[in-house]
Ligand binder design. Structure first.
Ligand code: ADP
Length: 475
């Protein structure tokens, strides 16, 4: 069933139930009220009859005369009076009323309860027991509440008109309202359908209002912004990766072409092979970095998490740097260790963390003229902080905001020092993955300091348990 009919149906159903309850409550309360009022009048009539009969000044004929005179507002009334032995001592009835015949049970109940209301011959009746020092009477008055019947049937008509009138209004307004809602949703759907991977620039018109549909539109626009950024990053990444991979491959091919053009001396062949080896090595490093980036972009499912001692991890890095270049030096300084052992441990993936910290230390050695990285490990109650400082050229302010983007290489470093532009991007992804942070302080021609902050195991486990991190958003 279309949404507009469903909304109208639900809306009408709810209002119908409410209206039915309301009408029933009004009718029931009014009817009850009228019954109580009429019973009060019957009681007053029965009581005044008893008082008149016992009085010395009136006799039964006079009571009859009073009732016949039409002063009483009771309609089709019948009155019976019984003495203490249940003998009928007085009776009266209007010309259009049936004679009142009651059994002993009614008289007995009236004596027990003093006041007893009951129905008789389609009329309301009351039996009261009146007793003083001398006499005891049971007076029964029955009458037809003509007014109530008329009034209730009028009330029924009014309520029926109100009920059907309001249901009709509800159906019409519900339909119009649902049409408006459905058309807004349809507009939104049509606009969303116009968006495709090739037409990502198109955005929904959210207007200036603040209703739920406009908020939905704003949320979709924000989602599209994020997707567009992610698509752009991916496109750039693929373009850069292809370029970076094809450069050494082209170099290798052209060197082989040149080598094959004519016979060469052993020395020349050696030189060409060495150059090709360098290019192949570069290619290998690049592919390794790309694989690591792919791994760091994985979800937790693909990454093994365990307790990692950062001090132990750092101890292996100086040897690693020496393997890359004999010139590289790493000066390690550890702050005083905290008493609590869990404050020295990070919950994460050892190879990835090693790779992240190593890249930053490698950059410090690579870029600084003294080829030395000063590394300090310190602890706070909730974080482990690794500070990597160098006396290198620093990072130009224009470069600073791009250094974590894949394939970005500083202007100065582009040709002078070999690199792929993937090291910091990879480090940032890994540190983000571990809910940590990387901060950079730099001064041109003075040096650079990278501060890596990682939450300690206890804190990080709490974060992992409380939420499933969204690694797909990492760029
Ligand atoms: P790569 O080192 O391969 O160029 P990175 O991603 O590691 O790529 O670094 C990106 C850029 O950030 C570098 O090209 C360089 O311009 C700058 N950079 C990183 N670390 C340092 C540093 N310690 N000193 C100066 N510049 C740095």
């Amino acid at each position: 069933m279309p949404l507009k009919y469903r909304i109208t149906l639900v809306y009408t159903f709810i209002v119908t139930i409410i209206m039915l309850l309301l009408c029933w409550a009004i009718y029931f309360y009014s009817a009850q009220n009228r019954v109580i009022q009429f019973q009060e009048r019957l009681y007053r009539k029965a009581y005044s009859t008893a008082v008149l009969l016992k009085s010395q000044r009136f006799n039964a004929d006079e009571v009859k005369a009073i009732n016949e005179s039409g002063n009483s507002s009771l309609f089709r009334k019948s009155i019976n009076v019984y003495d203490a032995q249940n003998n009928l001592v007085f009776t009266y009835r209007d010309p259009d009323a049936l004679p009142l015949v009651v059994n002993n049970a009614v008289l007995r109940t009236a004596k027990q309860r003093k006041k007893y209301f009951f129905g008789w011959d389609g009329r309301d009746a009351v039996a009261i027991n009146y007793k003083d020092a001398v006499n005891e009477y049971t007076v029964i008055v029955a009458s037809y509440d003509n007014d109530r019947v008329e009034w209730l049937s009028k009330l029924q008509a009014i309520l029926a008109v109100c009920f059907f009138g309001s249901i009709s209004i509800v159906i019409i307004t519900g339909y119009v309202f649902s049409l408006g809602l459905v058309s807004s949703i349809r507009n939104l759907t049509n606009r969303i359908n116009r968006i495709s991977a090739d037409n990502f620039l198109y955005r929904l018109d959210t207007g200036s209002g603040k209703d739920e549909l406009q908020q939905l539109g704003t949320t979709i626009n924000e989602l599209l912004d994020r997707l567009q950024r992610s698509f752009d990053t991916q496109r750039r990444f693929i373009a850069n990766a292809s370029h970076e991979l094809s450069t050494p491959l082209t170099a290798i091919t052209s060197q082989l072409d040149v080598a094959l053009q004519r016979e060469r001396t052993n020395e020349e062949y050696k030189k060409i092979i060495k150059s090709i080896k360098d290019d192949a090595k570069r290619l290998g490093l690049l592919v390794k970095s790309l694989l690591e980036i792919a791994k760091a972009s994985d979800s937790t499912g693909g990454i093994e998490l365990a307790s990692v001692r950062i001090d132990e991890l750092l101890m292996g890095i100086p040897t690693e740097m020496k393997k890359i270049s004999k010139l590289y030096e790493v000066e390690l300084v550890f702050d005083e260790f905290p008493e609590e052992e869990d404050q020295t441990v990070v919950y994460g993936n050892m190879p990835l963390l090693y790779s992240a910290i190593k890249n930053i230390i490698h950059n410090a050695c690579k870029f600084s003229p003294d080829k030395t990285a000063f590394v300090k490990l310190s602890f706070t109650p909730t974080y482990i902080v690794v500070t990597v400082k160098d006396n290198g050229p620093g990072i130009a302010p224009d470069d600073l905001e791009h250094i974590f983007q894949p394939f970005f290489r500083g202007y100065k470093q582009n040709n002078l020092i070999y690199g792929s532009g993937l090291g910091l991007a990879l480090s940032k992804r890994i540190v983000d993955l571990h809910k940590g942070d990387i901060r950079v302080e730099t001064e041109v021609d003075k040096g650079t300091t990278f501060v890596i902050t990682l939450p300690i195991e206890r804190l990080e486990k709490e974060v992992y348990n409380s939420e499933t991190p969204d690694y797909s958003t990492l760029n």
